[in-house]
Structures are given as C-alpha cells and as structure tokens.
Design a protein around this ligand. Sequence first.
Ligand SMILES: C[S@@+](CC[C@H](N)C(=O)[O-])C[C@H]1O[C@@H](n2cnc3c(N)ncnc32)[C@H](O)[C@@H]1O
Length: 252
Amino acid sequence: MPWNPDQYNKFQSERAAAFFDLLGLVKVRPDLEVVDLGCGTGELTRHLADILPGSQVLGLDRSSAMLASSSRYVRPGLRFEEGNISQLEGQYDLIFSNAALQWLDNHTRLFPYLWSHLRLGGQLAVQMPANHDHPSHLLALELAQAQPFREFFPQGGRESPVLLPETYAQMFFDLGGSEITAMLKIYPHVLADADAILEWVKGTLLTYYQEHLPAELQALFLEQYRRRLNEIFPQKPVFYGFKRVLLSVARR
Ligand SMILES: C[S@@+](CC[C@H](N)C(=O)[O-])C[C@H]1O[C@@H](n2cnc3c(N)ncnc32)[C@H](O)[C@@H]1O
C-alpha cells in the first residue's frame, strides 16, 4: 500500500488545520525562492504560493502517485517536481514542509543539511506528527513484532525519528538561528469509531507496514490491527488526540 492520495485525503480538513497553523508561522515577504518538501498532491502548496506574492514556489515529492494531480495547481510562480528531499538542490529563502519530514531518518543530520540550503535571511518552517506514543502507533509496532509478521520487520517496525520540540530549538540555536519557535500542539479530533482511526492511519503510518509485507499478509495485518484497535477504543465517537510539532527558525 504505497502513498494513495484518496486514502490520505479522507481526513483532509482535520489534517489541513495543522497546515494552516504552519502557514501562520510563515513570514510573508515578496519575491522569495521557496521549496515545499514532500508537497504531496500540491493542493496545500498552492495555498502557500498564494500568500507569497511574486515568489517562485517549487513543490517537491518523490511519489508520482501523490504528484499526479499537482498539474492542476501549476501556474506562473508555482511548479512541481519529482525528487527526493535527501537530494535537495539549490538555495532557498523559505524551506517549508508540512507532514513529510517524519519520513526521513536522523533529524540531527537532516536539519543541518536543510539549513545548508537556506539563504541568509531565510526561514525554515516545518510541521510533523509526533503521535508515536499513541496506542494507534504502538499497536502497529507491537503487531510488527508478532508472528507471522516479525520476519518482515528485522528492525522491529517503524520508530519515529521526530525529536522533542526542545531538541529542535537547541539545534536551531546551535546552528545560529534566531526567532526560534518550537512547540507541540494536540489536535483534538473526534472520529466516529475505532475503524475511523484505522482509516486515518491507513493513509499514513500503515503505508510503511503494508510496503514491508508480502501481498498475502497485508490484509491479515490490517484485520488484526482493526480488531485490536476496536478493543482499545470501544467508544463511539472516539477522541483521537493527535500530537504535532511545529517549528520555525530564521537564518541571520
Ligand atoms: C503525509 S504526506 C504530506 C503531503 C503534503 N505536504 C500535505 O501536507 O498534505 C507526506 C509526503 O511526503 C512525501 N515524502 C516522504 N519522504 C520523502 C522524501 N524522502 N522525498 C520526497 N518526498 C517524500 C510522500 O511521498 C508524501 O507525499
């Protein structure tokens, strides 16, 4: 189950709230060179481009499936390219990334690397989920370590690389950054039931688990996950408090 825009978009409005919080941290200035790392379908990149007059905005994503519909948002000043964040080229006035950098490992290396692509006077603005200690995430890890799935997860499942907000703040200070914002926010989602939580994580976290399993075990993993999740969350509706880290720093 690789990235699927339809599955990802099922909770579009809930996910958009964090994007607009991140957008609120962006210092609006004209004529910027901007990159949106892991831009996905490009719909939110268009909102970013729309608040930055005269800017050149590049949406970068490595998934052709996610980028497939991005052409509808292309306009002068906004373009999209397929490419890997870890091979970023160029220098930017704004490096923006919403809900994507959690897919890249080793943030103590990644952030200095992104910093090296930031011009003097530039801004880095990032939002990432930090929900890895929620039962919906711990359950996936637990299942991956159980039979018959464990042989496909020699590393034990997907550990989140996302660090504590204060660790990013210190890192930004050590890099010489200023105007540092680093915060954790809980997005209070109310979903119909545990199956809705499954639908949510199917669009993101579970893509990793499905990609590592052979086709014949994918449905079994989902079914066991669904059953256990319903045991943990029998409530209807169910409260899904979702933690996210919001970061912004200026390079002076
Ligand atoms: C959860 S989606 C977020 C999409 C969009 N930013 C949004 O907020 O709707 C994460 C995106 O990051 C992309 N991605 C993950 N790792 C990447 C990498 N190393 N290079 C480029 N894109 C990556 C995925 O293909 C996916 O489209």
